[in-house]
Design a protein. Structure first.
Length: 178
């Protein structure tokens, strides 16, 4: 069985759960998906907190160092990973707040769709890395690994080093057991 086949088999049943069961942590990186008139956009934000039954608080998305103008009532889909599962739920912006810093209040979901997608859990890390190749072509770019598991890692970078489906080669240093 190839690696892609094994990954496909890891995806098991989707089931509805309460948001509290997702065990999302303050500071977790999550995605907000917005349906624009001609395309779908995804923005990475951080979870700031939750008021059960009332709202989910997240940072305001930034693009090129500038906060996006988000409008109250805008519909979004919140997507997150925690442990071995992916979570998603539709929401809308209840309130945009600009002081003391920009953040959003999102509608609290009645239920969340949960899908087990990994055999192993991921560990949150903060490891600087160098991107050395994209599809075999040499390049020089920087990024940071923000979580890792036996089967993969999540890397963030200021600008995308390639396109979806392209293979990246990265280097990084880690210290194990001192």
């Amino acid at each position: 069985m190839g690696e892609n086949e094994a990954n496909t088999q890891e995806e098991t049943s989707a089931k509805p759960i309460a948001l509290e069961e997702a065990r999302l942590q303050i500071g977790d990186l999550i995605n907000l998906q917005a349906q624009l008139s001609d395309r779908v956009e995804r923005y990475s934000v951080r979870l700031l907190g939750m008021a059960k039954g009332r709202s989910v608080l997240v940072t305001t998305p930034m693009v090129d160092g500038h906060y996006l103008l988000m409008r109250e009532g805008q519909s979004l889909i919140l997507r997150a990973f925690s442990g071995k599962s992916a979570y998603a739920f539709p929401t809308q912006i209840l309130k945009t707040v600009n002081t003391p810093y920009p953040y959003l209040h999102l509608a609290y979901p009645r239920e969340v769709r949960s899908l087990v997608v990994r055999k192993g859990a991921r560990a949150n890390v903060n490891v600087i890395c160098a991107i050395t190749h994209c599809d075999g072509t040499p390049m020089q770019a920087a990024g940071a690994l923000v979580n890792m598991s036996v089967g993969g890692a999540l890397m963030v970078a200021k600008t995308p080093p390639g396109k979806k489906g392209q293979r990246l080669s990265i280097t990084f240093k880690v210290m194990l057991n001192g």
